[in-house]
Design a protein around this ligand. Structure first.
Ligand code: GMT
Length: 376
């Protein structure tokens, strides 16, 4: 049975948009018809597919509106596309505003339009604490026909925080293993001025406060005292100024490369020895999985969904939040023992195929869709 699926997501660079887009691409490869509905074309939709369509939400400015009514424009677009294209279901990534907009569209289109909502984190771990929004998030979740979350930790947190009565199923994130795989790129090392004897650490994020990049820089200052190394900082965001200042204050400018936003991350992981993610909130940590698929072991904080991604002592190490010494110590274990690093890198890759294999994850979503549409 082939389905007509509308996918509503944030199109910009960010884990939820990446997962939504990659899911759409893999569902299209399985023969389903995919309709992306968002404010601009998802950035990973970088090739033409005969069965993937994109519908842009544009917000008209009228003087009667003090603020542009994006949510209404989105709901109206979902309803328009669902009616015209006879969609079977809408897969909303994020409860707020996407699931709520899908709910409004469903009221306009009819009960046959099913809604699947995937929780990615921020709507629960940040917005869920805002009493002016929490009831609305709960409503968005409870009005969905099926709800998934990207880790068991996020499922638990949603139940605890919002007292949601709806079953929520964990469906882990995945990466396209055809894209995320280890390659050789000594040229790139040379271009970044990395000497053959130096180790490479990498961090990729949107540099929001929750990513705790200053902790990572402090850990790196301890690491570089013991092992010659470079740190690649990939991405950009609100904390970048603070991070740059700290790098200079700690005298690390020579050892740190600020690469800004990058698309071909597999090339960067392929020249990296260890990946670091020391966030205080992280419902999954998709960037960890990307690194693991490229055989890079990870060091991450023991919070949120990270312990479900990094198997402590097997595919990397976990450390306490804010414990810079422990993060440095665990990273040094890997940097000082190349055999251990390689073994853990191979185990990380194996874990990608065992626990987060794209084919299996997409099949899990497909199963949820079929159950709703066919009432299986
Ligand atoms: O981490 C971010 O700030 C971006 C955010 C997003 O909306 O893309 O990421 C969330 O969703 C990703 C995909 O499911 C997860 O891998 C990230 O862990 C999650 N971020 C947080 O929970 C902070």
């Amino acid at each position: 049975m082939k389905l007509k699926i509308g996918i509503v997501c944030y199109p910009s660079v960010g884990g939820s948009g990446v997962v939504a887009t990659e899911l759409g691409k893999l569902l299209a490869e399985r023969g389903h018809e995919i309709h992306f509905i968002s404010s601009s074309i998802p950035f990973r939709l970088n090739k033409v597919y005969g069965n993937i369509y994109y519908h842009e939400v544009s917000v008209n400015q009228y003087s009667v509106f003090q603020y542009p009514p994006y949510d209404l424009a989105l709901a109206s677009k979902i309803a328009e596309v669902a009616k015209r294209e006879k969609l079977d279901l809408i897969h909303a990534h994020y409860a707020v505003p996407h699931a709520l907009c899908a709910f409004l569209a469903k009221q306009m289109v009819g009960e046959h339009l099913k809604i699947v909502t995937t929780l990615h984190g921020t709507d629960i771990t940040v917005l869920g604490y805002d009493p002016s929004l929490s009831d609305m998030i709960k409503f968005g979740i409870e009005q969905s026909d099926a709800v998934t979350a990207v880790s068991n930790a996020l499922v638990l947190q949603t139940y605890e925080l919002l007292d949601v009565q709806k079953p929520i199923q964990t469906v882990y994130n995945f990466v396209d293993e055809r894209v995320y795989k280890k390659g050789e790129n000594d040229e790139l090392r040379r271009e970044y001025g990395i000497a053959p004897h130096e180790k490479v650490l990498i961090h990729v994020s949107n540099f929001r406060k929750v990513k705790r990049v200053p902790d990572l820089v402090r850990a790196f200052s301890l690491i570089v005292k013991e092992v010659p190394a470079k740190l690649l900082l990939v991405g950009d965001g609100p904390e970048m100024t603070v991070v740059c200042r700290l790098v200079n204050e700690l005298g690390l400018a020579e050892h740190v490369r600020f690469l800004g936003k990058q698309e071909n991350l597999a090339d960067l992981y392929s020249i990296s020895d260890v990946k670091l993610l020391l966030s205080e909130k992280e419902s999954f940590g998709l960037v960890l999985l990307e690194a693991m698929a490229c055989e890079v072991p990870c060091v991450g904080t023991n919070i949120g969904g990270i312990p479900e991604v990094i198997e402590d002592g097997k595919t990397g190490f976990l450390c306490r939040l804010g414990d810079v010494e422990e993060a440095a110590e665990k990273t040094l274990l890997l940097l000082k023992d190349e055999k251990l690093r390689q073994t853990m890198g191979k185990q990380a890759l194996a874990s990608v195929y065992e626990k987060f294999y794209s084919e299996q994850i997409v099949a899990q979503y497909e199963q949820i869709y079929f159950q709703l549409v066919k009432g299986e």
